[in-house]
Ligand binder design. Structure first.
Ligand SMILES: Nc1ncnc2c1ncn2[C@@H]1O[C@H](COP(=O)(O)OP(=O)(O)OP(=O)(O)O)[C@@H](O)[C@H]1O
Length: 770
């Protein structure tokens, strides 16, 4: 049977010839295409191959968007590209089509190895790009792979050498470049950076440099984003010299004639809200927008977690979901999928989904916390008003942030209109929050974490004109979260917030007194002296200034914030300079300050103090003056003196021994505390996972097209038992000369239906086509 379908040599030869002619014809059309003369309106007007056109048609992509019309012809001609176009303007297709076409014209096969590498800063975005690629590339014969983290590195290693188009996050791609002996990058034709400015910034610098050093310098490079830095140094790093720009000036600084860097269909507004009233305002906003689909951005995963957990208890009347980088990947993917399908829903999220994610039909983007910069603002609001659809955005600015941030927005021609909250609509949820936190220690704990992470987020911000740490109304803010008072925060090199602020604001006269304690005693700086074990013990004891609970929080916090998405997703050039950190304490009361001042005055007037003893004549002597022999004998029998001395010293030794035992006991307790802490964290992680899976909450659900990857993995022809699917035999239609897939026998690969992200990754690696 199989023999019947086999082509004989002359048929194969003729087919190859037709294919060559077709490709040559395409190349000529590309060379002849002059963007200055021709403006293609539809994909079919572009010099692109029939299989790609077929994939586009089937995905209902007919008409070109502006960035697609401007950039695709230039990319097809082989130029490097630096493109910046507004959010939701269709950049994904603008780089995917040239990638597919380049490999097509090169007649790329699985034996040629990696032909294109697409880098995205987040996993979600990489998955989305992969999804679009599998749709529009469904009639081509290339293999695509998604590497974004997961466990099955070994599995991927075995198959990665056969992948032609690899999409992934920087870290994971580097891991593969390092490990995969079979990954042949020497042939690489194209490198694409989506959200290029983010990929190029400090956070990914080292990884990206390492990736690029593995790649062939002769490759074509495409950089796309809604915001671009166009730093010459960045471009040089990518060996981008003779590149073409598309739409960059408009988007970069709003200097073009076309107005703001945000979509025209976006209606933007802001309200001035004191920090302590933000949650009241947010709750009222949600209550009055129950029939909408909205995303609320908060500054950290802890904020998101707290707001989600408390608001769902207060039941505003709309389905609530939450998404942040500290959730397990499975929960993130599930939430994303549910949110895409829902019609009336509110998603609390961090900036992990601020860039690139193409959520369908979002009506409102609310920024509860001010973004770190205008670029982040642009990306966040860009989650709505996509592809010409209407959308609305609201940003809450505190009186401290308002003026400076509006000024920053103006530089990009973004001028949101001011909204005022109707007095009648104002409702305080503070009493409810207080009662919730009072009843539920778990919520109180989340509240404390939310408080701490918010305060820290303000502290680490680079733009000090917008984020004024010293003006934070911490007590009011804590109260607004339902907490009885502001938790004390200890950060690296920083004492409590209040102390840090006090010290910053203290008069110069008092600044040098930062070493005085509450009793006005000057504490010596022992940091430069060798520390004895007693010093260490006392330091340890002093840590209990914080209650054990807060102590636990701050310790865990220090660990957690290492990879908290607020800090890690953002640029690492926002590093805190330890030297700038407030690190010392001030006497808290006026009495203590006064006392310390007078002590200081007397000490400074006397110069360096050293301890002395006075003799009967009032003469001062150093403490350790050698005693004369006569003097010694005068005091009595030497033996008795010796016994007395020894018993005094052994009493001192006994005291020291007691202290040692105390230290050992404390160590043991600390160990126990850590063990309990680990158990608690484990429990919390389980809870978090459980919470994250229940976002549906009976929301009216609309199923919008194929929004998820696993759907794409299904094949209509599935005939095997459930849980297995077959890959469709791909046919390439040259329309003017048809080509049957040359390796029918190899076209069927049985793979298991993906249940998890790891499965999905493994599956993508299996989907070797051709
Ligand atoms: N030519 C087209 N015809 C119809 N729909 C399109 C076309 N191009 C893109 N779209 C749709 O427009 C939406 C936005 O596209 P895309 O996600 O590529 O935008 P983007 O410019 O990358 O946005 P962001 O800057 O936020 O990443 C998607 O839903 C996509 O399917």
């Amino acid at each position: 049977m199989a023999k019947k379908n086999r082509l004989n040599t002359s048929q194969r030869k003729s087919l190859r010839q037709k294919e060559d002619e077709y490709i040559e014809n395409l190349k000529t059309k590309i060379d002849e295409y002059d963007p200055k003369i021709t403006t293609a309106k539809f994909f079919k007007d572009l010099p692109i191959s029939e299989p790609t056109l077929k994939g586009l048609r089937e995905s209902s992509f007919m008409k070109l968007t502006e960035v697609q019309a401007d950039s695709i012809p230039v990319s097809l001609q082989g130029h490097d590209i630096l493109a910046a176009a507004k959010t939701g303007s269709g950049k994904t297709l603008a780089f995917l089509i040239p990638v597919i076409e380049r490999l097509y014209r090169e007649k790329w096969t699985e034996f040629d190895g990696l032909g294109a590498l697409i880098i995205s800063p987040t996993r979600e975005l990489a998955m989305q790009i992969y999804e679009v690629l599998t749709k529009i590339g469904s009639h081509t014969s290339f293999s695509a792979g998604l590497v974004i983290g997961g466990k099955d590195v070994k599995f991927e290693l075995e198959r990665i050498s056969r992948i032609n188009i690899l999409i992934g996050t920087p870290g994971r791609i580097l891991q593969h470049l390092d490990q995969a002996v079979g990954l042949n990058t020497s042939n690489l034709q194209m490198l694409v950076l989506d959200e290029a400015d983010r990929c190029l910034d400090m956070g990914f610098k080292k990884t990206l440099d390492a990736i690029v050093s593995n790649l062939s310098p002769s490759r074509q490079t495409l950089l796309f984003s809604a915001t671009q830095s166009q730093s010459v140094a960045d471009l040089a790093r990518l060996s981008l010299t003779d590149y073409k720009t598309v739409g960059t000036s408009d988007v970069m600084d709003g200097s073009g004639n076309k107005g703001p860097s945000t979509p025209d269909t976006l209606q933007q507004s802001y309200i001035e809200v004191p920090l302590a009233d933000k949650l009241d305002t947010l709750f009222s906003f949600i209550k009055s927008h129950l029939k909408t689909k909205m995303i609320v951005f908060l500054s950290s995963s802890k904020q998101v977690h707290f707001v989600y957990e408390t608001f769902r208890k207060m039941q505003p009347g709309i389905s609530l979901m939450h998404l942040h980088g500290r959730q397990k990947q499975r929960a993130r993917t599930e939430t994303l999928d549910k949110f895409n399908r829902a019609q009336q829903v509110c998603l609390f999220a961090t900036d992990v989904v601020a860039r690139g994610i193409d959520f369908p039909a979002v009506e409102w983007v609310v920024q509860n916390d001010c973004p770190e910069d205008v670029d982040t603002y642009i990306h966040r609001v860009g989650r709505c008003a996509r592809y010409g659809k209407k959308g609305k955005s609201l940003i809450m600015l505190t009186p401290q942030e308002q003026e400076a941030f509006l000024k920053r927005l103006q530089t990009r021609k973004i001028e949101p209109s001011r909204l005022n909250i109707k007095q009648s609509k104002k409702k305080s949820i503070k009493p409810q929050l207080q009662s919730l936190l009072f009843k539920d220690p778990e919520l109180k704990y989340l509240g404390q974490k939310a408080f701490i992470s918010y305060v820290r987020s303000i502290y680490v911000q680079k733009d000090k004109e917008v984020f004024k740490f010293d003006d934070l109304p911490t007590e009011e803010f804590a109260y607004s979260l339902g907490l009885p008072g502001a938790p004390k925060i200890k950060m690296k090199g920083m004492k409590t917030i209040e102390q840090a602020k006090e010290r910053k604001n203290a008069p110069r006269q008092l600044a040098f007194l930062s070493k005085a304690n509450d009793d006005g005693e000057i504490i010596e700086d022992k940091s430069k002296q060798p520390r004895t074990k007693y010093d260490k013990m006392f330091e340890r004891k002093n840590q209990t200034i914080l209650s054990e609970h807060y102590l636990n929080i701050t310790k865990v916090q220090a660990q957690e914030d290492e990879d908290d998405d607020f800090i890690s997703v953002k640029r690492t050039d926002h590093e805190i300079n330890e030297a700038e950190l407030p690190a010392l304490t001030l006497p808290s009361s006026r009495r203590a300050q006064k006392k310390a001042l007078s002590k200081k005055a007397s000490i400074s007037s006397k110069g360096n103090a050293s301890k002395v003893v006075f003799d009967d004549d009032g003469e001062a002597h150093p403490v350790y003056e050698l005693e004369g022999e006569e003097e010694f004998h005068k005091k009595g029998d030497a033996q008795i003196q010796k016994t007395e001395y020894l018993s005094k010293e052994s009493a001192v030794m006994a005291d020291i021994d007691g202290l040692d035992k105390q230290v050992a006991k404390e160590k043991k307790q600390e160990k126990k505390r850590k063990r309990l802490e680990a158990i608690r964290r484990e429990k919390e992680a389980t809870m978090e996972e459980e919470h994250s899976g229940d976002g549906g909450e009976g929301a009216p659900v609309a199923y919008l097209g194929t929004g998820n990857l696993s759907d794409d993995m299904h094949d209509d022809d599935m005939s095997e038992s459930e849980g297995h699917l077959k890959k469709k035999a791909r046919t390439v239609d040259y329309s003017h000369g048809k080509k049957q897939s040359s390796s029918d026998d190899n076209n069927i690969i049985e793979v298991e239906e993906p249940q998890t992200l790891e499965d999905l990754e493994s599956l993508t690696a299996k989907l070797i086509q051709g």
